[in-house]
Design a binder for this molecule. Structure first.
Ligand code: TXA
Ligand code: MG
Length: 334
């Protein structure tokens, strides 16, 4: 197993920064999910990220910065809008897509002319970034296409020995990946919904951002099957879920249920995983719950569809993708 460093120890944070400076891989906590970090200025180190994740090399990485002023080292032609958004939302769960500074190794951005940048809000991430004095390229610290890790234990289970160290900063407070806002085109576009909502961005910039192209091949998070648990998952309205559970017979294979309701008295062979009714709390919990459902070894998972209101956008987005896994989920229980 990779050594686990404590985010509460200044020596361990210094050690993590040293590993990064030396071209190593460090899994580090952010407020969204854990990232698999390497020095973004070191091409060789960045290549190791792709190998550890099993990620195709043309998929761009987000570069994490210790302070907003570092933007200028990584991006060029930064629009005033980017500075305003950074001032309002950084440190925080917002990634800005800007034009890439040509000095940045092409491998970081999958060869693209743009670059994703953010200053994370986790104090441990900020401390490491500031100590390392470089940008840290970091995708979520999971195997490609899998659920993002929200604890150091998840990272260890997922990546084992593939990293030089895991820095433990406790469970992530947001739990879903950052909002991605593309500022490189004619108008701001949200490429991935997250905790910074379209409404919050609109309130600051005075215009509602678009929601990206139909499918940008450059954003693997937008592939339908991204963020997928191993267990086939189906989304059902509350009534349909209740009916499906009621109709289960003892001979049916075990299933897992993610619901905002308490379990019914009859939920015999169901692994009932109750979810919070509040969107933020739900988002914080979701990935750990999907891992629990996988670990329970159920044949399928039924998920109560959350409300279709804007504060649920990020959760809805991740659940839709999780449900879109191929091969298609098995039919509903009879
Ligand atoms: O919250 C997060 O964003 C986490 C933490 C670790 O910061 N990171 C994360 O990274 O989710 P990753 O690689 O799993 O997802 C980043 C997404 C990918 O879908 C990637 O394609 C997109 O950001 N992305 C990065 N750079 C881009 C660019 N230049 N243009 C378009 N999309 C980009
Ligand atoms: Mg990811």
């Amino acid at each position: 197993m990779s050594p686990v460093l404590s985010g509460e120890s200044p020596q361990d944070i210094a050690q993590a920064a040293k590993i990064l400076r030396g071209g190593g891989l460090v899994a580090l906590p952010t407020e969204t999910v854990y990232g698999l970090g390497a020095d973004a200025a070191n091409e060789h180190a960045v290549r190791r990220i792709f190998a550890a994740k099993g990620r195709p090399a043309d998929h761009p990485l987000i570069v994490h910065l210790g302070r907003t002023a570092d933007l200028e080292r990584w991006a060029r032609e930064i629009p005033p809008l980017a500075w305003r958004l950074a001032e309002r939302f950084w440190p925080g769960p917002l990634t800005l897509i800007l034009k890439r500074n040509p000095d940045v190794p092409a491998v970081v951005t999958g060869g693209q002319a743009t670059i994703g940048l953010r200053v994370p809000a986790h104090p441990v991430a900020l401390a490491v970034l500031q100590a390392a004095e470089t940008g840290v390229a970091a995708p979520s610290a999971n195997r490609f296409g899998r659920v993002s890790p929200t604890t150091a234990e998840h990272v260890a289970a997922e990546l084992g020995t593939a990293v030089d160290a895991i820095l433990d900063g406790g469970p992530c407070s947001v739990g879903l990946e950052s909002t991605i806002l593309d500022l490189s085109g004619n108008s701001p576009q949200i490429l991935r919904p997250g905790a910074i909502t379209a409404a919050a961005i609109a309130e600051l910039i005075g215009e509602t951002p678009g929601s990206g192209g139909a499918s940008s091949p450059r954003v693997p998070g937008r592939l339908p099957s991204h963020y997928a648990p191993q267990t086939p998952l189906r989304l059902l309205d509350r009534q349909a879920l209740a009916a499906a559970v009621e109709q289960l017979s003892p001979s049916d294979p075990a299933i897992a249920v993610l619901s905002m309701q308490p379990p019914p008295a009859t939920a015999g062979q169901v692994q009932w995983l109750e979810m919070p009714e509040d969107a933020e709390a739900y988002g914080r919990r979701l990935y750990a719950r999907l891992r629990e459902a996988d670990a329970a070894g159920c044949q399928s998972m039924l998920v109560e569809r959350p409300p279709a209101t804007p504060q649920w956008d990020a959760v809805q987005d991740r659940l839709r993708r999780a449900a879109a896994t191929e091969p298609h989920p098995s039919p509903p229980p009879r």
